[in-house]
Design a protein around this ligand. Structure first.
Ligand code: BG6
Length: 488
């Protein structure tokens, strides 16, 4: 990989501390980023290089998945770090930054490849991009790239505006939009599961699949993020990005080649075929919820509206379930149920593929009930693939019972999502980053939901903390003759 400068805006923030420094360190140790990397951290406060390096080291000791015994490796890594004070709107500060970046490039004798990572509030994205361009920081002889993270806008219009601002300074192929779900190993694995296995590939269609269920439930509540979350809700926080990304990864057609462009095109095709929801009938397909007080793992927790920083009359959705249809030849007629919520019974991100039970009748005649075959893909916190089949149980008079075959376990010490994504961005591989078209189409699909929620035309059901969400979410599947699998 080519040597580069990694310019980190928001270098004293939480994400940098918890995720970015540990990721860079692990990539450095594994030789996945060049040893001659230059890292420049930026922040509003004043700090010496030595203090900055100390903070980086501290974060690695606290958050890295491993710390090597060889301390010279740590010293070598830390020596790459420099700090510069920067106010995102101050032109002078960008000039200083450019001087520092160029001086380090000369000192280390590395090409002017520059990675700009914006780990800051999204309202600064546009300003920073503009300053990168105007200051000359973006005028490199090598490559330049931009990494940003959601939220990419608050609605369709603001997302378009943001993209327009960014595209004044960076071309689409230079922008790496992180959706950390795309960095999860089991989400990345979906592609191989679907396309590298002819057994599954031949069944991956509406002829054999009855429905697909995508769940991302959490036990945590709004935490200390009320000021953000109360204006976002589950729809913006999880559905517009993570849930639709998982939908795209599950439903995409076999691409012509396994390349970033082909995969992202197939994902875009999924969103193009996603049936729009009309405001008038939205309650038939969408269940919106908000948690009330309840118990999580035996401890009592507050209702959403009683959380610090949340308005007592808040109508914000902390839960959302929906039935989606993808109107293309592969998926016509197959419901995709998605569900996400805070303060639910368990922390679980999973995809369950329910196959059609077409031989059921054959066994019913013999008084035996079969269960549908299920492919269960556990994404988080455990990684697992399980296939449920029917089999005779010799200990129960040879009756047919479902058996589960487990294919994989957690891989100890595997790289984390941020590690994989940062490595990919440094290598120029955009497969697991969101293309602008994906983001735009996702907002387009979500927009009528935002409006309906705003106008309160979709009921807001309450659910007890620690439950699986409102009853209406079960009813959504029951009316189609299905149920959420794995709700204990
Ligand atoms: C973030 C959301 O994008 O994803 C959070 O802003 C949410 O509200 C988190 O808790 C969930 O991520 P994970 O990896 O724990 O499933």
């Amino acid at each position: 990989m080519e040597a580069m400068t990694f310019v980190l805006f928001g270098s004293t923030g939480d994400l940098a501390k918890r995720k970015i420094y540990p990721a860079l360190y692990n990539l450095f140790v594994d030789g996945k980023i060049p040893k001659s990397i230059s890292v420049v951290g930026l922040g509003r406060r004043e700090m010496s290089d030595a203090d900055f390096q100390e903070k980086v080291e501290e974060s690695i000791h606290t958050f890295s998945r491993r710390v090597e015994k060889d301390s010279s490796l740590m010293q070598h890594f830390l020596s790459a770090f420099r700090y510069s004070q920067l106010d995102a709107t101050n032109t002078e500060d960008y000039k200083n930054l450019l001087n520092l970046v160029e001086a380090r490039e000369a000192e280390l004798n590395i090409p002017s490849n520059r990675m700009f990572y914006l780990s800051v509030a999204p309202e600064f994205f546009g300003t920073i991009a503009e300053h990168i361009k105007d200051s000359g920081l973006g005028a490199t002889k090598g490559w330049k790239r931009l990494i940003i993270e959601k939220p990419f806008g608050h609605d369709l219009q603001s997302a378009r505006q943001l993209n327009e601002n960014l595209s004044k300074a960076f071309k689409e192929e230079e922008i790496y939009r992180i959706d950390h779900y795309l960095g999860k190993s089991m989400v990345q694995n979906l592609e191989a599961l679907e396309f590298a296995n002819p057994i599954l590939q031949s069944l991956w269609n509406n002829e054999h699949i009855a429905n697909i269920q995508i769940t991302a439930s959490e036990t945590v509540g709004v935490e200390e993020r009320a000021s953000y979350y109360d204006h976002s809700g589950a729809i913006r926080d999880m559905v517009q990005n993570h849930m639709l990304q998982m939908l795209m990864m599950t439903a995409m057609h076999l691409p012509a080649r396994i390349s970033a462009d082909d995969i992202r095109n197939e994902k875009i095709n999924v969103l193009k075929a996603l049936r729009p929801l009309v405001k008038e009938d939205m309650d038939l397909d969408v269940v919106r919820g908000q948690y009330e007080a309840g118990k999580i793992n035996g401890s009592s927790v507050e209702s959403y509206v009683n959380e610090p920083g949340v308005s007592p009359s808040s109508q914000t959705d902390t839960f959302l379930a929906a039935r989606l249809y993808i109107d293309n030849s592969l998926w016509k007629g197959v419901p995709f149920y998605i569900r996400t919520g805070k303060r639910m019974a368990e922390k679980a991100t999973r995809i369950v593929i329910e196959f059609k039970d077409s031989l059921k009748e054959l066994y019913l005649d013999k008084g035996e009930t079969t269960s549908p075959n299920l492919l269960m893909i556990e994404i988080n916190p455990h990684e697992n693939i399980t296939l449920q089949l029917n089999s005779k149980n010799p200990f129960n008079h040879g009756h047919i019972e479902p058996v589960q075959i487990n294919f994989s376990g957690q891989q100890e010490g595997a790289p984390e999502a941020y590690e994989r994504l940062i490595a990919d961005a440094c290598a120029g591989d955009s497969t697991f980053f969101a293309h602008w078209k994906e983001v735009e189409l996702a907002w387009e699909w979500v927009q009528p939901l935002l409006e309906a929620f705003e106008e309160n035309t979709v009921p807001l059901y309450k659910y007890a903390a620690g439950s699986h969400g409102p009853d209406a979410s079960n009813a959504l599947l029951e009316k189609d003759g299905f149920k959420w699998w794995l709700d204990e």
